[in-house]
Design a binder for this molecule. Structure first.
Ligand code: GDD
Ligand code: MG
Length: 323
C-alpha cells in the first residue's frame, strides 16, 4: 500500500481574485475541483489513503470531500494554523499516517495545483527499484524560470535542485509529484517552516543521498494563474463545445463553445454567447451577454448585455484578468 499527501495550503496569490473565497485546489477544472482530479489520479495508481495538508481556507475542503468514502478512499485532514511551507506541511500531514504505515512504505506527495497524466504507478515502481530516498517527477518545459530546475545524470540521478532561477541550466523541471521514503519525511523537523524545494532537496543532494529522476512528458499543467486555469479546464472538457452540470437552464438561443464548463444550477438567458469560459454553480447570465475567456463566480448575476473578455465576474463587478 502507498499513501498520499496533497499540498493544498498555499495562498494562490497569482490567481487572485479567484482565490479570495476558494482556495486554488478547490477551483473547478471541467466542473470538478483540481483536488478531485488529483485524487482520481492517486486512486488509479493504487493510493487509497490520503492526507490533505490544509492551511489557507482549510474549512472549504471537508464539506466537499468528507471522509473520502464517495471516492472509495480514506481521507484525513491536517491543519497548519500558519502555513508551514511545503516541507513543514508534508511533515505535519505525515503525523496522521506514520503510525499506520510499514517501515518502507513510500509516501507520495502532490503539489495541489498540478494537473498531470503521468504514469504515477511507474514512478512509484522506479522509486522502489532504485532505492532512492526521493523520486521526483520531471517534465520538460520551454521556459523553466518559474519552476524548480532539475538537472540529472545519465543514470537518472538528480545532480542539483535549483528553485526558480533566472538562467535555468536545463529545461527539465520539478513537476510537483514526489515519492518519498518515510525516513526522509521523518527527518524534517516537526512544526517548523521548511521548504522541500529550497531546503530538503538541496540538502539531500549535498549529503550525496540518491534522488532519482522520473521523466514523463505526458500532459502536465500547473494551473496557478487564471490563464492556466482556463486552459486546464478547456483541456479537460476536450473536444466538446461545452459541458454542463445538473439543474442548469440554458436558453435555446444561447451559444456556448470553446470547451466551456458550466456548473450546476446555472441560468443562461436568451442570445447569450459564452466562449472558452468557466461559469460556476448558481450563476445567472442575463440575456444578450457575450463572454469570452471569463470566470464567473458562484451565484454571480451577470447583467443584461454584458460584454467581457479575459475577466473575472462576481457580484456585478468585472475585473480584468490580464490574460
Ligand atoms: N499545506 C501547505 N502549506 N501547502 C502549501 C504551502 C504551505 O505552507 N505552501 C505552498 N503549498 C502548496 C500550494 O498550495 C501548492 O499546491 C504547492 O504547495 C506548490 O506551491 P506553489 O505556490 O504552487 O509553488 P510554485 O508553483 O511556485 O512552484 C512549485 O511547483 C512547481 C511545479 O508546478 C515548486 O514545487 C516548483 O519546484 C515546481 O516546479
Ligand atoms: Mg504552483
Amino acid at each position: 500500500m502507498t499513501v498520499g499527501i496533497l499540498l493544498v495550503g498555499g495562498f494562490g496569490t497569482r490567481l487572485s481574485p479567484l482565490t479570495s473565497k476558494t482556495p486554488k485546489p478547490m477551483l473547478p477544472v471541467a466542473n470538478l475541483p483540481v483536488t478531485e482530479h488529483q485524487l482520481l489520479v492517486a486512486k488509479a495508481a493504487g493510493i487509497t489513503k490520503v492526507v490533505l495538508a490544509t492551511a489557507y481556507l482549510a474549512e472549504t475542503f471537508t464539506p466537499y470531500f468528507g471522509d473520502g468514502s464517495k471516492w472509495g478512499m480514506e481521507l484525513k485532514y491536517a491543519l497548519e494554523t500558519e502555513p508551514l511551507g511545503t516541507g513543514g506541511a508534508i511533515r505535519n500531514a505525515a503525523e496522521l499516517i506514520f503510525d499506520e504505515i510499514a517501515e518502507n512504505e513510500p509516501i507520495v506527495v502532490f503539489n495541489g495545483d498540478v494537473l498531470s497524466r503521468h504514469n504515477l504507478a511507474a514512478q512509484i515502481k522506479l522509486h522502489q527499484s532504485s532505492s532512492a530516498c526521493v523520486t521526483l517527477h520531471l517534465v520538460s518545459v520551454e521556459d523553466a524560470r518559474p519552476y524548480g530546475c532539475v538537472p540529472f545524470d545519465e543514470t537518472g540521478r538528480v545532480t542539483d535542485f535549483l528553485e526558480k532561477m533566472d538562467n535555468p541550466i536545463t529545461n527539465t523541471i520539478n513537476a510537483g509529484c514526489y515519492v518519498f521514503s518515510p525516513q526522509v519525511v521523518q527527518e524534517i523537523e516537526l512544526g517548523k517552516v521548511v521548504s522541500v524545494e529550497r531546503e530538503v532537496f538541496p540538502e539531500l543532494l549535498k549529503a550525496r543521498k540518491v534522488v532519482q529522476a522520473f521523466v514523463d512528458n505526458s500532459y502536465w499543467l500547473d494551473m496557478g494563474t487564471p490563464k492556466a486555469l482556463l486552459k486546464g479546464s478547456q483541456d479537460y472538457v476536450g473536444s466538446r463545445d461545452f459541458i454542463v452540470g445538473e439543474n442548469s437552464n440554458i436558453s435555446e438561443s444561447a451559444k456556448i463553445s470553446g470547451a466551456s464548463a458550466i456548473g450546476n444550477n446555472v441560468t443562461i438567458g436568451a442570445n447569450v454567447e459564452i466562449i472558452s469560459s468557466i461559469v460556476r454553480d448558481g450563476a445567472i447570465i442575463s440575456e444578450g451577454s457575450k463572454l469570452e475567456s471569463v470566470f464567473v463566480e458562484s451565484n454571480a448575476t451577470v447583467a443584461r448585455q454584458t460584454h467581457a473578455k479575459g475577466a473575472y465576474l462576481a457580484g456585478g463587478e468585472i475585473i480584468d484578468l490580464k490574460l
